[in-house]
Design a protein around this ligand. Structure first.
Ligand code: DQA
Length: 147
């Protein structure tokens, strides 16, 4: 049984009502429930954590060092700004998948740069809630992949 930590950054708590043209109508609770279903079906332990505070996200990652096998993270707006959150992931040394609901390469130019992508196992961006499901499959698949 693996432990998967899902981290949602700022403003993702208001998914469903927030800019639906970019993020759709699915709520964060819906996304977390779906991930929870997938994990229990696979016999894995999955924990979701959302915060609007950068320090809380960093502290969660520091705590996970002794616990999580994989991290799935949507850094949200911090994707484009946070060296500190990136450093926390690198310090933890836990392989992570970066996920975005929207395609960050098809929006404002300032969203094109991510402080996370080069350090991530991979990036899933642009598939709405399905992005999380794909990220989950990638994270879990990498636990057993032989090549
Ligand atoms: C986002 C994309 C970011 O640019 C934005 O700041 C978000 C959400 C996404 O999931 O598409 O808050 O990470």
């Amino acid at each position: 049984m693996a432990k998967i930590l899902v981290i949602h950054g700022p403003n993702l708590n208001v998914l469903g009502i927030r800019e639906p043209e970019h993020y759709g109508h699915t709520t964060l609770a819906d996304i977390d429930q779906r991930l929870q279903e997938l994990a229990s079906r696979d016999g894995h332990n999955l924990e979701s954590f959302q915060s609007n505070a950068e320090h809380a996200l960093i502290e969660k990652i520091q705590t996970a060092v002794r616990e999580a096998d994989r991290i799935i993270i949507n850094p949200a707006g911090l994707t484009h700004t946070s060296v500190a959150l990136r450093d926390a992931l690198l310090a933890a040394g836990i392989p992570f998948v970066e996920v975005h609901l929207s395609n960050i390469h098809a929006r404002d130019p300032f969203r094109e740069h991510s402080y996370f992508s080069d350090a991530a196992m991979g990036v899933v961006s642009g598939f709405g809630p399905l992005s999380y499901e794909l990220a989950y499959r990638a994270a879990v698949g990498s636990l057993t992949a032989k090549d």
